[in-house]
Design a protein around this ligand. Structure first.
Ligand code: ATP
Length: 304
């Protein structure tokens, strides 16, 4: 089994539900509060680890009590913590999530904090890790110059780079040219290529845009319609598993973590996408993000 790395964000999700969302200047009495680990990077790292990958999570935390949310979760799951960076100059990232308990509409503020301050000295320390890793999975939630340095190191050692282009932000063509695979959702795919993705033909068109920039494989997740996969002249939509979804938050993170785990253990892209779809389908049947990521055994049972 090959080693995999997830390089990305950690934020503590602070979620409050209330009868309505406050307007400017208003204070609303809420009915429920929940705190838990989050951030696209961390969610994907947990998903890959629980799916059985030999994965190292790399992120940056503040020296505060919110960092314990990451450390305690990693301890509980048996995830290696030897590639975490810390800073006294920024707080651990947080996401303030307000949910209207009647309509489920939400308002979110993310303050990436520490994981937006990853320095060159930090990324330099990753050289030995990237030298032995087969895949590194990134998102766009940390400072992009750090992502660029990681991609440079990965390229130097032949470690394949997967970029989950979320949340959408502008990236350079030079950056894309060094990436092995991108995994946008349909909205990000449109933002990045200008092609409105609503089916197989438009997904093929969007994939061609990415390929022109030097990306080899393209996976576009299509929510409850499945995932489009494009590799070496074969382009298909992998249908979703039919399940009763209760919370699709983090479906993309589940999918990406699953994809990484499966590729790192040597599955081809088609089998890996099927594995990722199963993992995501299991995760949407449970509430929450990291707690909803299924264990390896559960995924195997589901795929039987
Ligand atoms: P999020 O931002 O909420 O994490 P996303 O937009 O990045 O999600 P999606 O495209 O919504 O990601 O979903 C990722 C994958 O999860 C899909 O390709 C599909 O395989 C699976 N999935 C999503 N919703 C469902 C569903 N209702 N039923 C089964 N599978 C689903």
């Amino acid at each position: 089994m090959g080693k995999a790395v997830v390089f990305g964000s950690f934020v503590v999700d602070l979620m409050a539900r209330s009868p309505h969302l406050p307007i400017a200047g208003e204070t609303v009495k809420g009915s429920m509060f929940k705190m838990g680990p989050g951030g696209k990077g961390f969610n994907q790292g947990v998903a890959a680890h629980k799916a059985g990958a030999d994965v190292v999570m790399v992120t940056k935390l503040g020296k505060d009590t919110f960092a314990d949310q990451a450390l305690n979760t990693m301890d509980a799951l048996g995830m290696p913590k030897d590639h975490l960076f810390f800073t006294e100059d920024a707080e651990t990232g947080i996401a303030l999530i307000l949910v209207d308990e009647n309509t489920s509409q939400n308002e979110i503020i993310i303050v990436p904090g520490a994981c937006n301050t990853i320095t060159e000295a930090d990324t330099d320390k990753l050289e030995p890790l990237l030298k032995e890793a087969e895949y590194v999975l990134l998102q766009l939630e940390v400072n992009q110059d750090a992502n660029e340095r990681v991609v440079g190191l990965a390229n130097k050692y032949g470690c394949r780079v997967i970029v989950n282009t979320a949340p959408y932000s502008e990236i350079t063509d030079e950056f894309l040219s060094k990436v092995y695979m991108v995994t946008p959702n349909e909205v990000e795919a449109e933002e990045m290529t200008g092609v409105h993705v609503d089916g197989l033909e438009s997904a093929k068109e969007a994939a061609a845009h990415f390929r022109k920039k030097g990306v080899k494989d393209v996976v576009i997740t299509l929510g409850s319609r499945g995932a489009f996969v494009s590799s070496e002249g074969r382009e298909e939509i992998i249908p979703p598993f039919k399940v009763d979804a209760v919370d699709t938050t983090g479906a993309g993170d589940a999918f990406n973590g699953g994809l990484l785990a499966a590729l790192a253990e040597g599955k081809d892209l088609w089998k890996a996408a099927e594995f990722a779809s199963a993992l995501a389908a299991l995760s949407v049947q449970k509430l929450g993000t990291t707690p909803s990521m299924p264990e390896r055994e559960e995924i195997e049972q589901f795929l039987k």
